[in-house]
Design a protein around this ligand. Structure first.
Ligand SMILES: *Cc1c(COP(=O)(O)O)cnc(C)c1O
Length: 394
């Protein structure tokens, strides 16, 4: 891939990974085939033995999925990518591929809710324990690392409070203790943040969010080096089969082509919304990395290019007030998904974080008055007007 090293990000997003077939197609083809035909018994044997490259079976080799994998790897600056059926199966495959009974994970406590449940309810059954630490407290990370620790896991910015961690500092900490740093790059995507370039060992994605960008398909990916991802995580995919479908891979490829344009537009709208929210009397606090009051703001321009597309804010008056603002909207979609051209509005305390106890929610800083907006690409004046209706009644 030496030629890819010289191409710009926007070019990789549009062209990387597609090796034109003899049909000369311009668009990436969708290969809807479960298996592949061999020229001879000898060739079949060589493919199965891994002595010759080539397709075998679409659980683990499909040319359309391979284009997505090669393209995303190029965009993240990684050697290798494995595509999966969902973001959750990407994390499960990573854990199955790299961990064993007795191993320990240190995780940010501000991670996607289902990941906490995966770690606590399932990995524990197989002897893998997880300790949780505040994302923004480097000393707590160091203290939680023990002799059995293999992985440090985090998401930055986090959901829904947009807390940020210094990826380079945590990568150094991980490596000083012989651990791997895994970054969930869902909120920024490689268009805004390149964790591998900052020292992280592995990146995981929910492709469901911004990589698709239009709320159409569920998918995920793991990106990293050839040994860990190309062999160990790939081995899980080949054997256990949480695979991405070729159709979904094709949709994600179309998403990647416009990723940078969309992410910059999401961030422009989000910044304008955060600036405006800060001026509204009913709003007690706004959480957005692009605001100079945000504790992670100093990392804008170095670690992440912009503040991203997610804004959270706390209204005065608790749940009743928050629900009133949500129910007064006519344009925004009341849904928990994010990373869509359509703006979505969520009440975390009773939806995405509803399974936490009151105390866990308090520790996590998820108040009853908190509202999360995944800012879409509609006209910003229309998004503001839709929120102004509910805010005016507070
Ligand atoms: C949605 C999400 C996931 C899980 O991905 P799915 O595609 O829903 O399985 C993981 N991490 C983050 C940050 C997410 O937002």
């Amino acid at each position: 891939m030496s030629i890819q090293d010289e191409l710009g990000f926007a070019t990789l997003a549009i062209r990387a990974g597609h090796h034109r077939t003899p049909e000369g197609e311009h668009g990436e083809p969708i290969f809807t085939t479960s298996s592949y035909v061999f020229a001879s018994a000898r060739e079949a044997a060589a493919r199965f033995a891994g002595d010759e490259p080539g397709n075998i079976y679409s659980r683990f080799t499909n040319p359309t999925v391979a284009i997505f994998e090669e393209r995303l790897a190029a965009m993240e600056g990684g050697e290798c990518c494995v595509a999966t059926a969902s973001g959750m199966s990407a994390i499960l495959s990573l854990c199955l591929g790299l961990l064993k009974a007795g191993d320990h994970i240190v995780s940010s406590r501000s991670i996607f809710g289902s990941i906490t449940l995966l770690f606590n309810n399932y990995l524990t059954r197989f002897g893998i324990e997880t300790s949780y630490v505040p994302l923004m407290a480097p000393a707590a990370w160091e203290k939680a690392i023990g002799p059995a620790t293999r992985l440090l896991f985090l998401e930055t910015p986090s959901n829904p409070l947009t807390e940020m961690a210094d990826i380079r500092a945590l990568a150094d900490l991980a490596h000083a203790h012989d651990c791997l740093l895994v970054v969930d790059n869902c909120f920024c995507t490689p268009a805004l943040q390149a964790p591998l370039g900052l020292g992280a060992d592995l990146v995981v994605h929910s492709a469901t969010k911004y990589l698709d960008g239009q709320g159409r398909c569920v998918g995920g990916a793991v990106v990293g080096d050839r040994k860990r991802v190309g062999e160990e995580v790939f081995g899980v995919l080949r054997t256990a089969g949480p695979s991405m479908s070729p159709f979904n891979a094709w949709v994600f490829l179309k998403g990647l082509e416009t990723l940078e344009l969309r992410m910059l537009a999401h961030a422009r709208n989000a910044q304008a919304l955060a600036d405006w929210l800060r001026e509204q009397p009913g709003v007690a606090r706004v959480f957005y990395p692009g605001l100079d009051t945000h504790p992670g703001h100093y990392l804008i321009g170095t670690q992440q290019r912009t503040g991203g597309g997610i804004v959270a804010f706390e209204v005065r008056g608790g749940r009743e007030a928050a629900w009133r603002v949500i129910d007064a909207t006519r344009l925004l979609s009341i849904t928990a998904n994010l990373g869509d051209t359509k703006t979505t509005i969520t009440h975390p305390a009773t939806t995405t974080h509803g399974r936490l106890t009151d105390e866990e929610r308090e520790v996590a800083g998820i108040g009853e008055g908190l509202i999360r907006i995944a800012v879409g690409l509609e006209a910003i004046a229309d998004i503001q007007a839709d929120l102004a209706r509910g805010l005016a009644g507070l």
